[in-house]
Design a protein around this ligand. Structure first.
Ligand code: AMP
Length: 317
């Protein structure tokens, strides 16, 4: 079972709570049928719906997406679903932080209209015959260790899009390969929702906010800005030189990562195109570059990325 049943039973249906001096009614729906009915009753053709898919354990990064969705749509839907297919090798699905009550409180406070909170059996009721496949992603980044990873991401996002039926869907640049994959999926398969990518929210030292940061021990947290530092140095170099080989750029980033003894593994350093995440032999700021990396700090896996040159404008608008 993915979630605590007792907690969920108490959350069924919609509830009204007082937030500040305003009454915010948050609808919590758990089934596909209820989500479809919500759209029919509250959105229809007259109103617009913004959608923020999440795995919960919400932080300011997630909430920045909700704020943007609220500013651009009549209503906002957020989904909380811990997708088993999105876990890296060795990462324990059962240990992923789950704090549904606290998440709902935060979502009410920022004025979310509806939360889609499905159980595992709702999203994956039986052995399915069809999935969304992006073959070029099967052997890159997370896909190197787990060829099924991006298939899992694309499939669950496609299912959520079909269920929620939003006009615009909001994703964080933090997961840049997911953003690029989902944007291409929507284009290639003529999906109706528009993909909006929002910039990565960071702690004061530059560490990208992530639900997984909770795994860091205090002494590890102190050094966890190393990834942002290394990518920032790479980005500055790329912008200064305009063009440089992937070998030199990758070596510069690696050199910075190696200065931190707590970095136990550099899983990858990727220098890729922002249109399809294909690795580039030359980083050219004019054409646009995505610099990304995954490292282990102690046992904790951290990912981050920076957009260089044209990529920034094309992705973030
Ligand atoms: P997750 O719950 O980790 O699946 O994330 C849900 C959404 O929030 C994804 O689109 C993430 O890219 C986005 N997100 C996660 N962390 C951040 C962050 N630090 N800044 C902006 N968006 C984020």
């Amino acid at each position: 079972m993915m979630f605590n049943r007792v907690g969920y039973a108490a959350l069924r249906g919609s509830r009204s709570v007082k937030v500040g001096n305003r009454q915010q009614n948050l609808h919590v729906v758990r089934t596909v049928e209820d989500m479809v009915a919500y759209h029919r009753q509250h959105i229809g053709v007259a109103k617009s719906l913004g959608f923020v898919p999440t795995m919960g354990a919400l932080h300011a990064g997630h909430l920045s997406l909700v704020h943007k969705a609220k500013a651009e749509n009549d209503q906002v839907a957020v989904s909380i679903f811990v997708n088993p297919k999105q876990f890296s090798a060795g990462e324990d699905l059962d240990k992923y932080p789950r704090q549904v009550e606290a998440d709902l409180k935060l979502l009410r406070e920022v004025g979310t209209d509806v939360v889609f909170l499905p159980e595992l059996s709702t999203m994956y009721p039986s052995q399915s015959l069809c999935q969304v496949e992006a073959p070029a992603f099967n052997s890159i980044l997370e896909g190197q260790a787990r060829p099924e990873f991006f298939r899992g991401v694309a499939t669950v996002v496609c299912k959520l899009f079909n269920i929620v039926n939003a006009d615009r869907s909001y994703f964080g640049q933090k997961d840049i390969s997911q953003c690029i994959l989902v944007r291409r999926m929507v284009e290639d398969l003529n999906m109706r929702t528009k993909i909006v990518v929002c910039e990565t929210m960071r702690d004061a030292d530059g560490l990208a906010m992530s639900s997984r940061n909770a795994y860091l021990k205090p002494f590890e947290r102190e050094k966890a800005d190393i990834l942002f530092k290394a990518l920032s140095i790479g980005k500055a170099l790329c912008e200064k030189k305009g063009m440089l080989s992937r070998e030199s750029l990758s070596a510069e980033i690696m050199k910075v990562l190696k200065t931190e003894p707590l970095v136990t593994q550099v899983e990858y350093i990727s220098i890729a195109s922002h249109t399809d995440m294909k690795e580039l032999s030359v980083a050219n700021a004019t054409n646009g570059v995505v610099l990304s990396s995954a490292i282990r700090l102690g046992a904790v896996r951290l990912i981050d990325n920076l957009l260089v040159g044209k990529a920034e404008k094309d992705i973030l608008g």
